[in-house]
Structure formats: C-alpha cells, structure tokens
Design a protein around this ligand. Structure first.
Ligand code: SAM
Ligand code: SF4
Length: 331
C-alpha cells in the first residue's frame, strides 16, 4: 500500500462513501425539491466496473471502509451485484448501506447474500402522518416492513437515522426512545443540515442533540454517554441507564466533528468530494473512462484530500451552501 490519505490537518482518510444514483422514490423536504427534479443522465453514472476499479485504487490509498448511498441506492438495478463485487476487493473490511428502506423488504436477502452486513435505515417519524410530512410521500408501513425483513435476513447492526427538525421531531423523540428499547435497533438523530434543495434551512429549524438527550432523560430514563468505539466516528452514542436501548447523535451543527473527519465521497456521476460541504469537486469519471492509469487517478485523489478545508462553516456568516443538494452528493 502507498502512504495513507492524509490532509494538511493530519486527518487520515480510510472511509469512502459511494453514491450509486441521485434518483429517489420519495422527496424528503430536507433533501430534494417537491417536484421538477432533474436527474443525472444514466450514461453519466459510474458503472459497476468503474466503481469496482475505483474501490481497488482507493484501497491502495488506505481506504478500508465503504458505504453505499444516494439518492436511494436500492433504486439502482442489481445493487446486490455491486455489493458482491466490492466485498471481493481485497482490503475492503467493511461495507455499509444507507437506505430509506422502501424497497428493503424485497432486497434484504439478496443484499445479505452478497456480503452486506451493516444497514442504516432512514426513518424520521414513527407515525405515518408525520412520515409523509417529512417525505412528501406515503410508505411508512413499507419502511417498517423493510426493517423487519433486514432483521430476519441477519443484518447486524441495523440503525435508524432520523433527521432532527424543530417543530417536527419533538413528539417523535419518546416513541423513538421506546422503539430503541423494544427492538434493540439503535436510533440515531442527525441534526438537520443546510443541504436541502429548497435552500430553506435555518439554524432555528434544527432540533439540537442536547435537547433530545434532555427530553429522553426526563421522560424515559437518564441517558449515559458511551465511550466511543471509534474516536473518528461522527456519532456520539448513549445508552439508557438500565442498559436497555441505544441512542446516537450526529450533531453536525451544534457540535461539528470536522477535526476527526476520515471521509471522502464519490458522487454517482464520478466527482470526488473531500467534504459534504465542499464547493469544489474533482472529476474522476473522465479519467476512469479514458483509460487513465491507476497512478494518475490515485494522484488526483491525493491532491483532492490535501486540499481539504479545516471544516464546514455552518455556524459562521461565511457559510455558503453547496450547489448540489444532499441527494445529488450522496449523504
Ligand atoms: N436515500 C437514502 C436514505 O435516505 O437513507 C440514502 C441517501 S440520504 C441523502 C442519506 C442520509 O442523509 C439519510 O439518512 C438522510 O436522512 C440524510 N439527510 C439528507 N438530507 C439531510 C439534511 N439536510 N440534513 C441532515 N441529514 C440529511
Ligand atoms: Fe431520498 Fe434519502 Fe434524500 Fe430522502 S434523504 S429524498 S430518501 S435521497
């Protein structure tokens, strides 16, 4: 292996998030516009062969962990085939998937058979009416079915991702607390970030992690912070005092974790991004398609990582929201 991917702040990058599509079967308000979405031309999407090759190159740079995302990754046809290819890349130790769960009941077994073990299902509410307010679509029951199917298929861990939005999440907090206790599934609240297509985000609309900790501690049981399993993971995990039920927080707005970031991302159309909030990206699709040698592609990845900024500036007046919304970057 070559030298690891270290940026100018000493951060080592071993985690690659791969977006496999920008298409989605729902329209979460914090991510996509309600209508008139222009999706990428299918010919612009990296093929499975190109993604597999890029994963092999990434391994030589020290990448060991992959996560498939999108858009909705399960709308990409034959995703299990991609998982199988990536799982077979020597050096890849861990593959995860983030999905809205709508198609999970149909695909859980095939994905598990292909070698996937870790799944995060995004579910912002535990009632169908609030679910539709978040997603602008029906489908709550299908997601719940998907979670059960993933459990039956053997996935472990399964985590729920819930975006925390002031005025919408407060009355879901306690039901999620009970859900975590009853099912053993970890629920992780993600602070709403300024990556929505409508550019309607405001700091006042974020329900902060600490407020949820306080609410759960007051209304169910005290929450106790767990020692981090991986100091570079963005989530802070808690357990209820009686040891039953785990709750995690990704407090990107109130407690940014940029200083320990270990991630890079490739969009479905083959642009490398060194940060979710980056205003620049590096085109790799051209090189992958023109038959450029691995070394040249690796050098470009290295260059992008060394140009990584210290952190996002959400909490400053300097902040500029990236042109690409979340569904087009790959969350
Ligand atoms: N469609 C899949 C899903 O929803 O799980 C994968 C892609 S989605 C962009 C990945 C994650 O980003 C989801 O958990 C989603 O809730 C989260 N997300 C999207 N927009 C967000 C925002 N503006 N702030 C915080 N999280 C966001
Ligand atoms: Fe689709 Fe995921 Fe974005 Fe929701 S968060 S619109 S499910 S890509």
């Amino acid at each position: 292996m070559n030298a690891p991917l270290i940026d100018s702040f000493g951060r080592v990058h071993d985690n690659l998030r791969i977006s496999v599509t920008d298409r989605c079967n729902i329209r979460c308000f914090y991510c996509m516009p309600a209508e008139n979405v222009t999706f990428m031309d299918r010919r612009d999407l990296l093929t499975f062969e190109e993604l597999e090759r890029f994963a092999r190159i990434a391994v030589t740079l020290g990448i060991t962990k992959l996560r498939l995302t999108g858009g909705e990754p399960l709308v990409r046809r034959n995703l299990d085939e991609l998982v199988r290819r990536l799982a077979a890349v020597p050096g890849i130790q861990d593959i995860g998937l983030t999905t809205n769960g709508l198609l999970l009941a149909d695909q859980a077994e095939a994905l598990f058979a292909a070698g996937l073990r870790r799944i995060n299902v995004s579910l912002d509410a535990l009632d169908p009416v609030r679910f539709k307010e978040f997603t602008r679509r029906d489908g709550y029951e299908k997601v719940i079915e998907g979670i059960h199917a993933a459990k039956r298929a053997g996935f472990d861990p399964i985590k729920i991702n819930a975006v925390s939005v002031r005025g919408m999440t407060e009355d879901q907090v306690v039901p999620f607390g009970h859900f975590a206790r009853e099912t053993g599934v970890e629920v992780r609240f993600i602070e709403y970030m300024p990556l929505d297509a409508d550019a309607a985000w405001e700091r006042e609309k974020v329900l902060f992690a600490q407020e949820i900790v306080d609410q759960l501690s007051a209304e169910i049981q005290p929450l106790v912070a767990l020692p981090p399993r991986d100091t570079r993971a963005p989530a802070t995990d808690y357990e209820f005092a009686d040891g039953i039920g785990r709750i995690g927080f990704i407090a990107s707005v109130s407690q940014p974790f940029c200083l320990s970031c270990n991630r890079i991302r490739i969009t479905a159309d083959g642009k490398l991004r060194n940060c979710l909030f980056s205003l620049e990206e590096t085109d790799l699709r051209g090189l992958l398609r023109e038959g450029a040698p691995d070394d040249e592609i690796a050098a470009l990845v290295r260059q992008s990582v060394s140009a990584k900024k210290e952190g996002h500036e959400i909490n400053t007046a300097r902040f500029v929201q990236p042109e690409r919304p979340m569904y087009s970057i790959g969350g």
